[in-house]
Ligand binder design. Structure first.
Ligand SMILES: NC(=O)C1=CN([C@@H]2O[C@H](COP(=O)(O)OP(=O)(O)OC[C@H]3O[C@@H](n4cnc5c(N)ncnc54)[C@H](O)[C@@H]3O)[C@@H](O)[C@H]2O)C=CC1
Length: 472
């Protein structure tokens, strides 16, 4: 592998073997570890609208729906999907709903979102109540705890509604959402029942602000949303599976309840350094959590994650405390925008707090592999020295690559390796200048938020501050 700036191949291999006795690919099939692990959930159509709530498991809707005691019949009942087919027989309002959203529709949708915001919790609870009342067979397919889904639903709803006036932004958002939802088993026909439940919740909680124009506006916007998502999912299905099976090939326990988990997927898993995957463990079906990929894509196909067991962290605790080689997990598609452009020489500032160092390790490996000269400065933050589980790996990388500078930053106690002390955002703010750098920030949300603010103050343009936190 050429070193950045070097003219020829280096004597060092780009990737040392991670696990020498890892099982081969193509091991998945009837009777394999995956099938045994998931035997209790055969052929699950594991639909959980974890990310947006515009989608759900379907299944035939009962022929005779129980009446909604607290909701009068909808004044305008056009379908939310494929309205073109039914347009000739629909009443005027329905025909209007079949065309695309107008500027007025978008204003009405945004206004109703503003009305809904203070009662978001109750509105999303109502959404699920209507959904499950009309489609009772769906409840068993959602995870036991719906709290996270509720939060995500409303955030996705807000995001889609707010972005409705910016087609490019909305399409990109929905495209990611649709691709990420294939692992839940979402089908085209699920969008209709979900849309109806959504409208029921909106109608109820917008109160006197809900009128026929608002309903038609929502129907147009929702139809546009559904069409983009259905198209994106279909395009993705031509290239990728809905999920990947991943066999655990090693679990390396580190101080501070951290485990480095090495995985081998059943099919090639294409991702960029800095991205994350979503993961489901057999112990908690239908509960998916994101984890940054801790190594650059390797020729042997192995992936690594760095996971910390945290109180009430169902999936993290299962991974750190219960998972062993041979176990089989499932991965969703890679996501996240913390990827590095290797075509320019902008110096990189990589800021990782706790297990937030994981994507930075992957980025360093990818820069090294790419072989173009650029400065890379890393600040690795932890509360105390004993939490710096990746210190040795970073020191090894710094020894290998002269363009890499690593500083360990502890918030409490004596300096480590002569590095600075204090909260990571404050330490970064005291250093610099950073105006010329592209910054990548990963770690606890408060750390990411504060660090992004410090970098902006330090003159780093917003578009050069990369992280996965929404709304910052
Ligand atoms: N792509 C991403 O954004 C990733 C995020 N994470 C997240 O990173 C977190 C890591 O947790 P731990 O290892 O327990 O880290 P931790 O809580 O021990 O903190 C690590 C660093 O963040 C700083 N920090 C913590 N709270 C802060 C605050 N309120 N303000 C300013 N700085 C603060 C600490 O001083 C320390 O330098 C988890 O929440 C995990 O979900 C992990 C991997 C990737």
């Amino acid at each position: 592998m050429p070193e950045p700036g070097g003219s020829g191949p280096s004597s060092r291999p780009a990737f040392a073997p991670m696990i020498t006795d890892a099982p081969g690919l193509n091991w998945a099939g009837p009777g394999d570890a995956w099938s045994r692990a998931w035997g209790a959930h055969p052929q699950q159509a594991p639909v959980l609208p974890a990310g947006n709530g515009f989608t759900t498991l379907a299944g035939p809707r009962p022929a005779a729906l129980p009446p909604m005691p607290d909701r009068p019949p909808a004044p305008v009942p056009p379908p939310l999907l494929n309205p073109a087919a039914a347009v000739a027989v629909l009443p005027l309002a329905a025909r209007t709903a079949a065309s695309g959203p107008t500027a007025e529709d978008i204003a009405l949708v945004r206004h109703s979102l503003g009305v809904l915001e203070p009662v978001a919790d109750r509105a999303t609870a109502h959404f699920y109540a209507v959904l499950f009342l009309r489609n009772p067979e769906l409840r068993a397919l959602f995870p036991a705890s719906m709290d996270v889904q509720r939060d995500r639903l409303f955030r996705a709803l807000l995001a889609a509604g707010q972005a409705a006036g910016s087609p490019a932004e909305l399409t990109a958002y929905l495209d990611r959402l649709a691709r990420g939802h294939r692992k839940y088993g979402v089908l085209d026909e699920h969008y209709g029942p979900v849309g109806e439940a959504l409208l029921a919740a909106l109608e109820r909680y917008c109160g006197r602000f809900w009128d026929q124009s608002t309903e038609i506006a929502w129907r147009r916007v929702y139809r546009a949303i559904s069409e983009v998502m259905i198209g994106s999912a279909a395009a993705d299905a031509r290239e990728n599976p809905a999920w990947w099976q991943a066999e655990v090939v090693a679990v390396d326990h580190r101080p501070g309840d951290v485990a480095v988990v090495a995985l081998r997927t059943d099919r090639p898993y294409r991702y960029r350094a800095g991205q994350y995957t979503t993961l489901e463990v057999p112990m908690w079906p239908r509960v998916w959590r994101p984890y940054s990929l801790a190594s650059a894509a390797r020729p042997d196909g192995l992936l690594t994650l760095q996971v910390k067991a945290v109180p009430a962290g169902w999936v993290s605790n299962a991974l750190v405390q219960r998972t062993q080689p041979g176990d089989v997990l499932r991965l969703g598609p890679p996501g996240g925008t913390m990827v590095v452009d290797h075509d320019d020489d902008t110096p990189l500032l990589l800021l990782g707090g706790g297990t937030g160092i994981a994507p930075m390790l992957a980025v360093i490996e990818e820069v090294a592999e790419h072989g173009r000269a650029r400065t890379v400065e890393v600040f690795y933050g932890a509360r105390r020295a004993s939490d710096l589980y990746a210190r040795e790996r970073l020191a090894e990388l710094a020894r290998l690559h002269p363009w890499l500078a690593v500083r360990s930053v502890v918030a409490e106690g004596a300096p480590v390796d002569g590095g600075p002390t204090g909260p990571l955002p404050a330490v970064v703010g005291r250093r610099g200048p950073w105006e010329e750098y592209a910054a990548y920030v990963s770690g606890p949300p408060a750390m990411v938020r504060r660090t992004a603010a410090v970098l902006l103050d330090a003159g780093v343009p917003r578009e050069r501050i990369h992280h996965d936190l929404e709304g910052v």
